[in-house]
Write a protein that binds this ligand. Structure first.
Ligand SMILES: [Zn+2]
Length: 573
C-alpha cells in the first residue's frame, strides 16, 4: 500500500483521541494491542513520507493536578510482537557490544498504572504518576491508601533517597470481587483492571481506594541519593528491595546469547504471572554499566524491550444487539453472539460502549465478529469481518423506544436515554442502589426483589419501601413468610442509618460517600436539599462541576418528590 498523507493525519487524530480516553479519562475504547498497532503504522508512515516523528511518551496529566518533576525521566519501552523482533533486539545488543554470559532479566509486564515513588530515608516522600515522562501528577495520599508502605530504614546500603519505579495493579481476584460489589449495588461493573488502577490512583476517597484491594509491584529505580549508592544491577536492586520489605515482582536472569533458554523463560514468566493482569514480559539488560553503554533513545531505553502478547481471541457470529436500561436512564447496547470458547470459558455477550459505538461499527445480524477478552474479564468485539457479509444485511439501528417502558428515547451525546423517571428498570435499579451496602444497606433487596416490588406497583421510589407491609411482601411471587419478615425488618432498621447514607442512596449524580458526608454534615434534614439557599451553603465545598450537576438534578420535580417522600418516611416523629 502506498503511503498516504490522509491516512497519516487520520492516524495522528485517532491516536490523540485514544490518548485522551486512556490517560485522562481512563476509559479506553480499544485494546492496548490495537493501540500499539495504530502507533506502529503511524511510525512507518512517518518514515515513508519523510515526516517528523510525532512520537512522545503518552501523558496522563489532568489540567488541574499538582505536578512534580521526576528525578530521572520515566521512559516508555520499545515493543516487540514476535520472537523475531526479540531476536532483532538481541542482535542490536550484540552489535552494541553486550557479551555472551552477561545477564538479561525477564519479568512480567504488569498492566496497571506506572508509579514513581520517592522514598526519603525509608519513608514515602512523594508518589507521582508517569505524567508526561518528565513530570507526574502527585498522588501521594492515594498511593498511601493502596498498600502498607510503612517501611522504615534510615540509610540502607548507603541509600538516603531513591525513586522506586513500579506499577499499581489490581489482581484478577480483587477485580472480580470489586465488580461483584458494584453489580450488587446496581452500578456498572468496571471493564478492565487497568482502568481500575488508573482511576483509583486519582480518587480522593481514600476509604474507597483501600476497599478496592489494589497493590503495587516495584521493578526498577530512577534517581538515587547519593548516586554512588545506586544498585549496580537489576538483581542487586531486587535483593535490596526485598531486604527492606518492598513488594517486588518476579524476575528471572538469563545469560545473554542463549536464545532457546530466553524463549522458554519468557513463556514461563508469562505463565507464572497469570493471577495478575499483565500484557507481556519485559526483557532488560541486568548490569547497569552495560545499560549505560547502550544508553537511552528519545522515548525509550535501548537496553530494554517489552514483548507483548496478543490477548486471546475467537471468531463467532453476531445474533443481535439488546439494550439495557441503566439507573440514570442511559441505554447500553449489549452484543449477543453464538457462544464461543475463549481462554477457557464460554462467552456469549459483549458490552458495546454506547449507542454511538453501534453506529460506528456498523454491526449487522449474522456478521462474523472477532471477540477478545479485554483484561480477561468482559469480552469485547475487536473486529467485524465485513468482507464475509453475504447478501443483503441490515445495520443494527438504534431503538426508538425504551425496551423497559416504551417511552421514546432521546439522543444525549454518545448515548441514548430514556427520560421517563418512572421507567420500571430505572425504578428497580434506584431501589437496588438505595439498598446497597455503600448506601443504607438493606439485605435481601437485590435486583430480583426490586423488580417484583416495582412490577407489583408497591414501590416507586426509596420512600415507598417503608410503607410496605409483611402481608404485601408475602403476596409477591416466590416470596415466603421468612423472607418477607426479614426484609421488613431490614427495611425498618435502615431508618436509623446516618443521613449521609440516605444521601448516597438517593443516587444523585456525583454524590458518592465522600461528597455525601461533606454535604450531610451541613444539612440537618434531607429536605433542606430542596432549599436553594440552604444547599448552596452545603455545596460550597464541592467543585463547581459537581455543584452544577447536582443543581440540575435537584431542579427536577420527580427528584424533589423522591427526596420529600424519603424524608417523610424516615423522619423521626
Ligand atoms: Zn424507560
Amino acid at each position: 500500500m502506498a503511503a498516504e498523507p490522509g491516512r497519516l493525519d487520520w492516524l495522528r487524530g485517532e491516536i490523540a483521541r485514544h490518548d485522551t480516553l486512556y490517560f485522562e479519562k481512563a476509559e479506553p475504547e480499544i485494546t492496548d494491542y490495537e493501540y500499539d498497532h495504530l502507533k506502529a503504522e503511524l511510525r512507518r508512515l512517518e518514515v515513508e513520507l519523510g515526516r517528523e516523528s510525532s512520537e512522545r511518551v503518552g501523558s496522563d496529566l489532568r489540567k488541574e493536578s499538582a505536578l512534580v518533576p521526576h528525578g530521572r525521566p520515566m521512559l516508555s519501552l520499545e515493543k516487540a510482537y514476535s520472537n523475531d523482533e526479540v531476536d532483532k533486539f538481541g542482535a542490536r545488543l550484540w552489535e552494541a557490544g553486550l557479551k555472551p554470559g552477561e545477564g538479561l532479566i525477564v519479568e512480567p509486564k504488569y498492566d496497571g498504572i506506572a508509579i514513581n515513588v520517592r522514598m526519603v530515608r525509608g519513608r514515602v516522600g512523594v508518589a507521582a504518576t508517569r505524567g508526561d515522562g518528565t513530570r507526574g501528577e502527585v498522588v501521594t495520599a492515594a498511593f498511601a491508601a493502596v498498600g502498607d508502605m510503612g517501611y522504615r530504614w534510615d540509610r540502607s546500603q548507603g541509600i538516603e533517597e531513591i525513586e522506586l519505579r513500579g506499577e499499581v495493579i489490581i489482581s484478577y481476584e480483587a477485580f472480580a470481587a470489586l465488580n461483584a460489589r458494584r453489580v450488587a449495588a446496581g452500578d456498572e461493573p468496571f471493564r478492565h483492571p487497568r482502568a481500575v488502577a488508573a482511576g483509583s490512583i486519582k480518587l480522593t476517597d481514600l476509604a474507597e481506594i483501600q476497599a478496592r484491594g489494589l497493590s503495587v509491584v516495584f521493578h526498577g529505580w530512577g534517581e538515587v541519593v547519593p548516586e554512588t549508592a545506586a544498585p549496580e544491577s537489576v538483581l542487586a536492586f531486587r535483593s535490596w528491595a526485598q531486604g527492606v520489605g518492598l513488594p517486588v515482582g518476579e524476575m528471572v536472569r538469563v545469560k545473554f546469547g542463549e536464545r532457546s533458554s530466553l524463549r522458554g523463560v519468557i513463556e514461563q514468566v508469562r505463565e507464572d504471572a497469570a493471577a495478575l493482569p499483565t500484557d507481556g514480559v519485559v526483557i532488560k539488560v541486568d548490569e547497569v554499566s552495560s545499560q549505560r553503554r547502550l544508553g537511552d533513545g528519545p522515548t525509550a531505553p535501548r537496553w530494554a524491550i517489552a514483548r507483548k502478547f496478543a490477548p486471546p481471541r475467537a471468531e463467532t457470529t453476531l445474533r443481535q444487539i439488546v439494550w439495557q436500561v441503566g439507573r440514570s436512564g442511559v441505554l447500553t447496547p449489549v452484543a449477543e453472539f453464538e457462544p464461543v470458547q475463549l481462554d477457557g470459558t464460554t462467552v456469549a455477550r459483549a458490552t458495546l460502549h454506547n449507542a454511538k459505538e453501534v453506529r460506528r461499527r456498523d454491526l449487522r445480524r449474522g456478521d462474523r465478529v472477532v471477540v477478545e477478552k479485554a483484561g480477561q474479564v468482559i469480552p469485547a468485539i475487536v473486529e467485524v469481518r465485513t468482507a464475509l457479509r453475504a447478501g443483503e444485511s441490515v445495520a443494527e439501528g438504534w431503538p426508538e423506544q425504551c425496551p423497559s417502558c416504551g417511552e421514546a428515547v432521546e439522543v444525549d451525546g454518545v448515548d441514548l436515554r430514556c427520560g421517563n423517571f418512572e421507567c420500571p428498570d430505572q425504578m428497580g435499579l434506584r431501589l437496588v442502589h438505595f439498598a446497597s451496602r455503600g448506601a443504607v444497606g438493606i439485605r435481601g433487596l437485590g435486583k430480583s426483589m426490586a423488580t417484583k416490588l416495582v412490577e407489583a406497583r408497591l414501590v416507586r421510589g426509596p420512600g415507598d419501601l417503608y410503607a410496605v407491609t409483611e402481608a404485601e411482601l408475602v403476596d409477591l411471587p416466590g416470596v415466603g413468610l421468612a423472607t418477607a419478615r426479614k426484609l421488613r425488618r431490614e427495611i425498618g432498621d435502615s431508618r436509623a442509618q446516618a443521613p449521609w447514607r440516605m444521601l448516597v442512596g438517593l443516587g444523585l449524580p456525583g454524590l458518592g460517600p465522600t461528597r455525601a458526608k461533606l454535604v450531610a454534615s451541613k444539612l440537618p434534614r434531607l429536605t433542606d436539599l430542596l432549599d436553594a439557599e440552604e444547599r448552596a451553603e452545603a455545596f460550597a465545598a464541592l467543585g463547581a462541576a459537581a455543584r452544577a450537576e447536582l443543581e440540575v438534578a435537584l431542579e427536577q420535580p420527580e427528584i424533589a418528590q423522591m427526596v420529600i417522600k424519603l424524608y417523610a418516611a424516615v423522619a423521626k416523629e
